[in-house]
Design a protein around this ligand. Structure first.
Ligand SMILES: O=c1ccn([C@H]2C[C@H](O)[C@@H](COP(=O)(O)OP(=O)(O)OP(=O)(O)O)O2)c(=O)[nH]1
Ligand SMILES: [Mg+2]
Length: 152
C-alpha cells in the first residue's frame, strides 16, 4: 500500500505546482520558493533566510518529512539547508519553511518558483525511553570519533 502525503497549498502558493518525484525512483520531492514574484530574495554570502514554500503537509503518523539540500545548488552556488536535514514532524500543521544559507562567495538570487530544497519522507520510530543504571559491554566500548583509524 502506498504512503499518502497530504499537501495543502496556502493562498500564496496556490498557483505553484505540487511537489513531484522528478524521476521514477527519486527519493526527494523538490519544493519551491513561494515568495512574492516582485520580491526576489538576494542571499548575500554568509546570509541565512527562512524561505516560504506555501505548503502545509499532512505527514502520516510513523513518518517524518526531511528537508534536504539540493546538491546542484550546493555545488554551483554554495547554497544549502543550514539545519539539514530539517525535520517536519507528522503532527506539524504550519507552513513548511526552508532555512537556506549561502556559504558561497557571491550573492545568490532566489525567485518565486525556484526549487530550493527537497523533501524526503521517511519512517521513524518512537521509542520507549527507559532509565538504566548500566549499559552492556561492546567491542567498541567508548571508542569513537576516528578511533578505528584514518586509513581506508
Ligand atoms: O526545516 C524545517 C524544520 C522544521 N520546520 C517546522 C516543522 C517542524 O515540525 C517544526 C519544528 O521543527 P524542530 O523540532 O526542528 O524545531 P525546534 O527548534 O525544536 O522547534 P519546536 O520547539 O517547535 O519543536 O518546524 C520547518 O518547517 N522546516
Ligand atoms: Mg522540536
Amino acid at each position: 500500500m502506498s504512503v499518502v502525503l497530504g499537501v495543502l497549498r496556502l493562498p500564496h502558493g496556490r498557483d505553484m505546482r505540487i511537489p513531484i518525484y522528478e524521476t521514477e525512483h527519486a527519493a526527494g520531492l523538490d519544493i519551491m520558493a513561494a515568495i512574492p514574484e516582485d520580491k526576489p530574495l538576494n542571499l548575500a554570502p554568509g546570509q541565512r533566510e527562512l524561505v516560504s514554500t506555501g505548503l502545509v503537509l499532512e505527514v502520516p503518523a510513523g513518518f517524518e518529512a526531511q528537508v534536504r539540500p539540493r546538491s546542484g545548488l550546493a555545488l554551483k552556488h554554495g547554497v544549502t539547508v543550514l539545519n539539514s536535514p530539517g525535520t517536519i514532524d507528522a503532527d506539524y500543521r504550519g507552513e513548511v519553511k526552508v532555512l537556506l544559507i549561502n556559504l558561497g562567495q557571491v550573492a545568490f538570487e532566489i525567485r518565486r518558483g525556484d526549487r530550493i530544497a527537497q523533501l524526503v519522507v521517511a519512517p521513524v520510530s518512537q521509542v520507549e525511553v527507559v532509565l538504566v543504571e548500566t549499559v552492556t559491554d561492546t567491542g567498541r566500548g567508548e571508542g569513537g570519533f576516528g578511533s578505528t583509524g584514518s586509513s581506508a
